[in-house]
Structure formats: C-alpha cells, structure tokens
Design a protein around this ligand. Sequence first.
Ligand SMILES: [Zn+2]
Ligand SMILES: [Zn+2]
Ligand SMILES: [Zn+2]
Length: 332
Amino acid sequence: MPELRRDPVTGRWVIISTDRQRRPNDFRIERVGTIGREQCPFCPGRESMTPPEVLSYRQSGGAPNTPGWDVRVVPNKFPALQVEGTLDRVGEGMFDRMNGIGAHEVIIETPDHDRPFAAMSEPEIERVLWAYRERILDLKRDVRLKHILVFKNHGGAAGATLDHPHSQLIALPVVPEYVREELDGARRHFELKERCVFCDMVQQEVHDGRRIVQENADIVAIAPYAPRFAFETWLLPKAHGARFEQTPRHVSESLARLLKAVLQRLDRALESPPWNLVLHTAPASEEAEAYHWHVEVMPRLTRVAGFEWGTGFYINPTPPEEAAKVLRSVRL
Ligand SMILES: [Zn+2]
Ligand SMILES: [Zn+2]
Ligand SMILES: [Zn+2]
C-alpha cells in the first residue's frame, strides 16, 4: 500500500511508494529510454497486457479488452495510488501520514502507436478530452478523492516512458499544493474585487494582445505574464467556469482545435520539444466558484537546477511577449 506523508515544515504531501517489488526496473527504464512498438502494451492486440479497461470508445464495435477501440482507459499497472482500502489518517509522533488511497489511470489516446497529439485530427483530440471528462465525473462520486489531476508527458525528457500517445489521471485524497495556491489566490482576488482573477486576465490579455498566441470563439491561448518556463502556454476558456468536467461540448471542441494549433506551433517553432501538459480544474471536494479551469502546457527546454530547487522560483530566459510573438508567427 503506497503511503502519503506530510512534510512537517511546509505541509507538503509526498507519495511514498512502499510497493517496491512490483516495479523493479523503474530506474533502469529511465536510463535506457522509452519502450518501443515491439513491446508496447498500449498497441491493439495487447489488451491483456494492461489491467481491464474502465472506459473505451469503439466506433466499430468490439468487446471490451479486445481490439477495435479508438480511445481506451485502463488503470495504471504500476499505480502511484490505489483505490482499495481506507484513508486511515494517523499521527506518528509529530508526523502525519495516510494510506495512499486514490486512482491512477492511463488514457490511451489512439490505437496508432505513432500518432502524437499534434498529429491527431481535431475530433480525435476532442474524443480524448471527452474521456478525461467522463473519468473525472465518475471518480468524483468517490468522496475520499479530493482532487483529480489529468496530465500528459510528451517525449522522454518530459518523463514519458512509453512512446504510445497517452495521458494519465491521478485522483488524490488531498488537494495538491500548487492547485491550493491557485485556488487561494483566486479566492483572494474574488474577495477583493468580486471578480474572477482568470476572467480579468483573459479580458486584459485579449485587449492587450502582446501575449496572445491564438484564440477562437471559446478559448484563448496566452503566454502568461509571469511564466516559469520558456514558451509556457496556457489555454483558458473565455467564459467563466470552475470545472472542466462541466464544460459544454462546443467549448471542448474549441479547446481541441486550439490545443492542436498550439502544439503544432510549439513543434514548428522549437523543433518538436518534449512538453508536459496539465489540466487544472477545481478540486472535487470543495465549493470553488472563484476558480477557473485551464490547461497549462510547459515545453521542457531548460533544466530545473539548484537555484529553482533552492528557492522555488524559476529563471525563464524567454520573455513571454517574445515567446507569444514567435508562436504567433508560425505558419500552420
Ligand atoms: Zn503502442
Ligand atoms: Zn473566471
Ligand atoms: Zn493552473
């Protein structure tokens, strides 16, 4: 059973994997590189290599756990957290820990091993976003799960150990620190001004234009004012909404369109860099109307080094105004 432990100084939770014998090759895999097509457990025909699916979309039919799927969601074979058990929050002298209750799922985005996100059609990307939504809605019914995070690692340097296009979903028994900070900030702004900080940001950025990468009717992609990473790009819905999973379908379609365009711009401007994507939606466990869901895309162009580890603040070599200008000028 994995365990959550809380740092007594900062209050930050970490997951300690106690199940070592189930993942003996982890450190070796990272050094050797990614798992190729020959052994890929996500390719059609190898459905038995993953735990049984919890969701699949099958336009051409077919039984669960057999080929014929377009999108397939399965529990992670090496989960960071597990669903069975109770939270059992206990003190150990001055320390706090709890059982690592949660869910860890893999969204296999396409049956095609060599079809990265940016190469998928807009309806294909939208189908993946819809799978995120359906899994979030399902997992939210479990009251032990306080926050659900969807993320994607693209490229070995971004932490992907499998080439086959996939995203991951982690449902946590606590709200992670970074989301907490954003939520607290949004609430502070709301108390002060009775407006959403993200809505204010969208309005000012659209009016100003310097940091706009691209926009459509429902979504705007911006280089945020104070980005941690070079070419960091956020995609925000123009209409206020705290929760991604409650977004109407047309907004989800607009997001798919803009996400594809942004990833293509990054690929062309920066020669297909590795990147991480995170979906930030309001915690499942609390009233959070001041929050405003969004997607953050972070290309991995520089390494996080001692200064960042030591201070928690980042040195970004590219001003966002310049990044946005470069990305805007890419011809699609
Ligand atoms: Zn594959
Ligand atoms: Zn808002
Ligand atoms: Zn965020």
